[in-house]
Design a protein around this ligand. Structure first.
Ligand code: BTN
Length: 239
């Protein structure tokens, strides 16, 4: 399925380049990869600091907009499984922060767009891979790590790219067949079982993270025993 890989040196954001390609009629499963981003974007309007040495890619797929949370989880699982293959103890903080030892090493930003004839998902993945931790600004560095830092040596971004793409493609769920990727997500998600404080569009909610369901939503159990499903949000604290 993985098709053409469009390689760029410096871009604003690989997700933006991917959107331009969709407007020009691109083949599904085209991948955009850049060496550096100057306006890399993270979730919730945050920036994604993207120095040289990191891995920045966007996979372009045709998707129903309601499946975007699921596709986002699938991308997180692909990154975690790739890192675990290298004996790194990677986990996911809901929805898709990839952590090693509690520090963030990768993130996923999925954006849906309406193309000329169909809906598209731009699956953006950023990995702090082959650069020193010092390349990140101090306040980001406090809660982040890089693969070079974890492994104590250089990282082959080309191999990393191929492994992530292979893993993403092989676990990509057909509609109605999301069960195995959801099961895998629940195995590697470090948020589950913890008391969490989550910032959502509708305010802050507190509760125990119970599981992630087939739609990619997080199930929370509140103090009074009620269950609540969160479609989106950022975890402010977990303990
Ligand atoms: C997050 O954890 O907040 C998501 C980070 C996603 C970063 C990647 S890098 C490739 C793609 N292009 C972007 O501008 N963002 C995503």
């Amino acid at each position: 399925m993985i098709g053409n890989i469009v390689r760029r040196d410096v871009v604003d954001s690989t997700n933006e380049v991917a959107k331009e390609l969709v407007a020009e009629a691109v083949a599904p499963w085209t991948v955009v990869v850049a060496e550096k981003q100057v306006e890399g974007r993270g979730r919730s309007g945050r920036a994604w600091v993207s120095p040289r040495g990191g891995l920045y890619l966007s996979v372009i797929v045709q998707e129903d907009l309601q499946r975007l949370p699921m596709i986002s989880l699938t991308a997180g699982v692909a990154v975690v499984d790739t890192l675990r293959d290298q004996a790194l103890k990677a986990t996911i903080k809901w929805p898709n922060d990839v952590l090693i030892g509690g520090a963030k090493v990768a993130g996923v930003l999925v954006e849906g767009i309406v193309g000329p004839q169909t809906y598209w998902a731009i699956v953006g993945i950023g990995v702090n891979s082959d650069f020193a931790l010092e390349a990140l600004p101090r306040q980001i560095r406090e809660n982040a790590t890089t693969l070079r830092h974890e492994l104590g040596g250089r990282v082959d971004n080309e191999l990393l790219l191929q492994s992530i793409l292979d893993s993403f493609q092989s676990s990509y769920p057909a509609p109605g067949e999301e069960r195995s990727v959801v099961a895998r997500y629940n195995e590697v998600c470090s948020t589950l079982g913890k008391e969490v404080r989550v910032e959502t569009n509708r305010g802050i909610v507190n509760g125990k993270a119970v599981e992630v369901g087939a739609s990619g939503f997080l199930m929370l159990e509140t103090k009074n025993g009620q269950r609540m499903e969160l479609a989106e949000g950022s975890i402010l604290s977990e303990g």
